[in-house]
Every structure is written in structure tokens, then in C-alpha cells.
Design a binder for this molecule. Structure first.
Ligand code: HAM
Length: 426
């Protein structure tokens, strides 16, 4: 195929059955969010570029990875690289700070980052994210972490291990930053080029460099600089998450790549993805909404990478079968089969009919691949107002009156054992 007509690097076409696994994941995640009392929010997939500049110009996703363009009206726009800044903008613009507190929001959708394409790193990825506004309590941080863990757990990735850290607050972080810069300044010659730049712009990120790992081992520890409030906060989050039966441990090098965090930061990985690849990550960002010309509110949230979740889950998350009923027909009965199909769809039964004029044998073969029930329409039985129904699960076959068909199938699905008596074995 002409390379110019192919999809852009780092993007994917999601084909069935993978597309159904995505969909199943979405429903499952939103169901769990509802259990925790979260509401769904949708924001545009592009924003004015200034919105994302508020995330912090020193972050990779703003500095090097932005998909920005000037539209025909001269407006500078950016495809959203993440959801938190967009939700913060919506929070202020729609006056959501006047809504009852706490405000709990979730979203699901595509994010765009012009990253170097590599395993589990896409230029368009999907995030399920949650943002909780209006509570400073460590219980809010714990609830956010527990919600994300429950999603991971429910898709079949048992016992996710949460790595957590506190990057302190406006009181204690400056003291730590200074100690860190002093420590690294004495070793400037040994640092990689990125770390030399981080020294000026974003010293905390010296800690999560994947190259200079030996140097950080003797670096000052954040925990020695936490103020009493920050210490009590992280201890309480860890107690609550651990107390709910989740694995959680402090990672002194976890700082995360976004500038808006304060206190709590956390990530969860998975053995199948490699140490540097997180399933989800997030933290507290009490100052962000204040940067959108509105009242500042405490907030905490996470973003979960759905492609990574699905890759780690493998085929443990199976899509629902495409159809429950297949209506096969004898020659000349295709219209009747389709009408019967409509009656079954009316009561919510996923039903397929033959559209290719296949022989009955070929239709039955097709039915056996996907459906639980095969209904055979046509011939002498049709004149008696009857159809044959084969149940592949119960391995039975029965004649059923056409007007009773929908009720019969629903009943079989509800209570298969009680109803299987009397059917001839296939
Ligand atoms: P983030 O760590 O940049 O945080 O992204 C969240 C998650 O999205 C990651 O843990 C990862 O699973 C997935 N992800 C990120 N980039 C890619 C990529 N290029 N390809 C595949 N998956 C990716 C945020 O975006 C914050 N907004 C999270 C947050 C919400 N913090 C507070 N509230």
C-alpha cells in the first residue's frame, strides 16, 4: 500500500474482536466508577493550546510531544495529550466549583502524544481517567487508588502493586529541591544530557532518570524533608489502601512527569509490561484549577492506559459472543427468517440471519461458530406455525410454536437446566 495512505505511525486500527474487548473494558470501568459515585464528563478532544501550557512547560508532553496546529481562524489548538488539564478548564468554565462537594468525574477517550513509537507507547492512546475535586482528605486519595485497583482487578490482573510517594507541598518541597540540586551539582559531570537540563528546569525529575540510577541511590530522600502534614497525609493514604487489602509500597524515586502534582503521586505497573511502563498513574494536584482564572480547589485523580491494560490482560477478557440466536432458513424462506429475527431483536435477543443465500448445511456450520441457539425456519413445520430450535449448550432440539419462540428462548437463557427436559439430544 502507498505509504502516504497508511495510518500514521504510533496509531492503530482496532478491529474485532479487539474492538469488543475495548468496549467491554469501557463498560466495566464505568460500572465500577458508578459504584464509587462518579459521574461521566466529556470534554473536547482539542483545546486552546494555552490550556495544556498550564500543565507545565517543562513536561515532555507539553515541550516535545504536542500535536498543535493553527486553525483557519488563526486559533492555536492542541489535541489533548491528557485529561486532567482539560477537566480543570471545564471545572472553572462551567462553574462546577458551585456544585455539591466532592465532585467526582470520570472520562474515557483518546489522548495524543507525539512520542517515539515503541512497545506500549502510542501516539494516540485511550485513557480511562478519574478526577475528584473538593477534598483534601487522604481518604480521597485512597478512594481514587482503590477505584483504579478495582478496575485492574476486575479485568483479571490480580493484586496490582501500587507504588506511591509524596513529593511534598509548597512548605517542604522547596527545601528538598534545594538539597537535591546541591547533591547533583557536585556530580554534574557524571550526569546524562537530560539530567543536566533537569537540574535547571525540573530537578525532582532527576530522581526518575532511567540512566543515572546509581547516583540517585545516595541522593537525599524526600521522606526526610516532609513536613508533618505531608507525612501524616501519605501515611494515612497507605494505611487505607493497605487496609483495604491492596499491595502498596513507597517508591522514593517516583515523582511522575507532570508538573501539577503536590503530595501524593502513584503508579501501578504489571510484570508483563516491563518496569518503566505503567498501567495507570496519578496523584494530587491541589493548585491546578487556580491556574484557570478560577478558585483553587484540592483535587486528586488518575489516568489509566487502556491499550496497556488490554495488552496485560490478554485473552482473559473475552468479548461477549456476537449473537445468541442464528435463524437458518430453508430455500425461499429468507424474508420470513429476517422478520422472525426482528421479533427476537425486539425482546433484546442478539440475532443473526443468513444474508448470503447459503445452503442449510452451510448456515448450520456458521451458526455453530457464534450462536447458542439455531432456529430453522421453513418447510412443513413453518406451515404448522412451528420452528425447530437447537440449543448448542444443552445439546437439545425442540419444536417451538412461532408465537412462543421469543418467550421460550428467554426462558431457556434464564433457567436452562429446568427447561432442558424433553428435548431430544443432538
Ligand atoms: P500519565 O501517567 O501521563 O498521567 O498517563 C496515564 C496513563 O496513560 C499511563 O499510566 C499509561 O498507562 C497511559 N499512557 C500514557 N501515555 C501513553 C502512550 N503514549 N501510549 C499508551 N499509553 C499511554 C496522566 O495523563 C494524568 N492526566 C493522570 C492524572 C489524572 N493525574 C491526575 N489525574
Amino acid at each position: 500500500m502507498n505509504p502516504e495512505l497508511q495510518r500514521p505511525k504510533g496509531t492503530q486500527d482496532i478491529l474485532p474482536p479487539e474492538s469488543w474487548r475495548y468496549d467491554k473494558m469501557r463498560r466495566l470501568a464505568l460500572d465500577i466508577a458508578q459504584q464509587y459515585g462518579f459521574n461521566l464528563i466529556e470534554t473536547p478532544i482539542f483545546e486552546q493550546t494555552s490550556v495544556f501550557l498550564r500543565v507545565g512547560e517543562a513536561t515532555d508532553i507539553v515541550q516535545h510531544e504536542r500535536y498543535s496546529f493553527i486553525d483557519a481562524g488563526g486559533v492555536n489548538l492542541t489535541l489533548r495529550p491528557e485529561g486532567t488539564a482539560a477537566v480543570a478548564r471545564a471545572y472553572i468554565q462551567n462553574g462546577l466549583y458551585n456544585w455539591p462537594k466532592p465532585l467526582k468525574l470520570v472520562y474515557w477517550g483518546p489522548m495524543f502524544r507525539r512520542e517515539r513509537p515503541q512497545a506500549e507507547r502510542y501516539r494516540q492512546h485511550t485513557q480511562f481517567g478519574a478526577e475528584l475535586y473538593g477534598s483534601e482528605s487522604p481518604t480521597a486519595d485512597a478512594e481514587i487508588i482503590l477505584l483504579a485497583c478495582r478496575v485492574v482487578d476486575r479485568v483479571g490482573l490480580e493484586n496490582p502493586e501500587v507504588r506511591i510517594n509524596s513529593i511534598g507541598c509548597a512548605v517542604c518541597r522547596p527545601r528538598y529541591r534545594q538539597a537535591l540540586v546541591e547533591y547533583y551539582a557536585g556530580r554534574r559531570e557524571e550526569l546524562c544530557q537530560d539530567c543536566q537540563n533537569r537540574m535547571e528546569k525540573n530537578p525532582l525529575r532527576l530522581l526518575d532518570c532511567k540512566i543515572d540510577v546509581a547516583i540517585r541511590q545516595t541522593a537525599p530522600d524526600l521522606a526526610d524533608y516532609w513536613c508533618d502534614d505531608c507525612r501524616a497525609h501519605i501515611e494515612s493514604v497507605m494505611d487505607q489502601v493497605g487496609g483495604a487489602g491492596r499491595s502498596i509500597r513507597r517508591d522514593p524515586y517516583l515523582v511522575r512527569g507532570l508538573d501539577y502534582y503536590t503530595r501524593t503521586v502513584f503508579e501501578v505497573g504489571h510484570p508483563s509490561l516491563g518496569a518503566a511502563t505503567a498501567l495507570f498513574g496519578g496523584g494530587r494536584y491541589d493548585g491546578l484549577s487556580g491556574q484557570f482564572d478560577g478558585p483553587s480547589a484540592p483535587a486528586v485523580g488518575f489516568g489509566m492506559g487502556i491499550e496497556r491494560m488490554l495488552s496485560a490482560v490478554g485473552n482473559r477478557l473475552q468479548p461477549e459472543p456476537a449473537s445468541v440466536v442464528y435463524i437458518a432458513h430453508l430455500p425461499g424462506f429468507e424474508n420470513q427468517a429476517q422478520l422472525l429475527g426482528e421479533q427476537l431483536r425486539n425482546v433484546g435477543l442478539a440475532t443473526e440471519c443468513d444474508l448470503l443465500n447459503r445452503s442449510l448445511k452451510a448456515q448450520l456450520r456458521e451458526a455453530g461458530k457464534t450462536a447458542r441457539f439455531t432456529v430453522i425456519a421453513g418447510g412443513y413445520e413453518w406451515e404448522q406455525n412451528l420452528v425447530q430450535v437447537k440449543d448448542f449448550t444443552e445439546r437439545s432440539q425442540e419444536s417451538v410454536a412461532v408465537p412462543d419462540l421469543a418467550g421460550y428462548l428467554l426462558n431457556q437463557l434464564r433457567n436452562p437446566e429446568q427447561n432442558s427436559d424433553g428435548g431430544a439430544n443432538l
